[in-house]
Design a protein around this ligand. Structure first.
Ligand code: PSU
Ligand code: MN
Length: 310
């Protein structure tokens, strides 16, 4: 089996890999299906410098004309976003995209698969998919992927368009440590708190690195989900988005939105109904997560390859 056959590495990513330098994977469904234009382009331009500023090399992951790119140039991202047929790529969607030479953004699930295959241990995103409030039985492919992929995923929890208690129950069953980054509570994306506890707290990048090393040294093959609340100056009050979510869920049901379309539909409607403020929170927390992921990647690389003493 040649798993690298469909991979294309950016030169700076290959270089970082060769010298065991810290890398951070970034997903692209947030660009192709999660945020409106031009905020998606703006985000793509801001995430990578944030990773670099904190000592790691960014590897934006997405599929362009049937190739899995690990590290994408601004031009490649632009071409992917503007592809005629744009897929949203989780586990089941790689084969059709590759075989038909199509393009698409990788979800948390898809990015986990590619990051792990590429040997990148840390990944930053905004929010993960989870167990939906409705329709019944809608469970994001992100959750089973987190249960089977040894990568540190940094996010701001999950949006409360989802059933957050059920999502945490799933993660517990799946053996995924939910690491509160400088918090005891699972953040609800726009809001800093959900009233739900995390399974362990860590206050520094080194602590997260030590947890990951212990987890994986035991041969436990699941992800660690590091959850960081949105920066306090941009967080929204917990109740503020609830009305918009109720409205969006009602519309989704009336219009019988199903499958992969559910999450983008809800994200778009909640964003429209809550306006500019929630979009700003979204962008602020993504950058915050990029910074934390870079710091964790630096700490993890140091732990695995301690610098030689002079
Ligand atoms: N949640 C967000 N923003 C996003 C997503 C989720 O707040 O952009 C995207 C992520 O790429 C995530 C995907 O992996 O949606 C989950 O989609 P689904 O629920 O269809 O699995
Ligand atoms: Mn779904």
């Amino acid at each position: 089996m040649n798993t690298q056959k469909y991979f294309e590495y950016a030169p700076e990513v290959s270089k970082a890999k060769q010298s065991a330098a810290p890398l951070v994977a970034l997903e692209t469904t947030v660009l192709t299906h999660g945020l409106p234009y031009p905020q998606n382009v703006q985000l793509a331009q801001n995430m990578e410098p944030e990773v670099r500023k904190h000592g790691a090399t960014p590897a934006t992951i997405g599929i362009l004309d049937g190739l899995i790119h690990v590290g994408m140039s601004a031009d490649q991202i632009e071409r992917m976003i503007n592809a005629k047929k744009l897929r949203k790529i989780s586990r089941r969607d790689f084969a059709p995209a590759i075989a038909r030479k199509e393009s698409g953004g990788t979800t948390v699930a898809g990015t986990l698969i590619a990051a792990h295959a590429a040997g990148i241990p840390v990944f930053a995103t905004g929010g993960i998919g989870g167990v939906h409030r409705s329709p019944a039985f809608d469970i994001s492919a992100d959750l089973p992927e987190l249960s089977r992929t040894p990568v540190i995923v940094v996010c701001a929890g999950a949006k409360s368009i989802l059933d957050l208690p059920a999502t945490l129950e799933y993660l517990e069953t799946a053996g995924v440590p939910v690491v509160g980054y400088q918090t005891d509570e699972f953040p609800a994306f726009f809001a800093a708190s959900s009233g739900l506890p995390v399974s362990v707290r860590a206050d520094s990048p080194e602590e997260v690195a030590a947890l990951a090393d212990a987890h994986w040294s035991l041969g436990i093959g699941s992800a660690l989900l590091v959850v960081a609340p949105p920066p306090s100056e941009s967080a929204l009050p917990a109740g503020d988005v609830e009305n918009a979510i109720a409205q969006a869920l009602l519309e989704a049901e009336q219009q019988q939105v199903r499958g992969q379309a559910v999450t983008p539909f809800l994200l778009e409607r909640v964003s429209e109904l809550t306006g500019k403020e929630s979009l700003e929170t979204n962008l602020a927390l993504l950058l915050n997560n990029a910074r934390i992921a870079a710091q964790i990647s630096v700490a993890y690389a140091r732990l695995k390859n301690p610098p030689l003493r002079a």
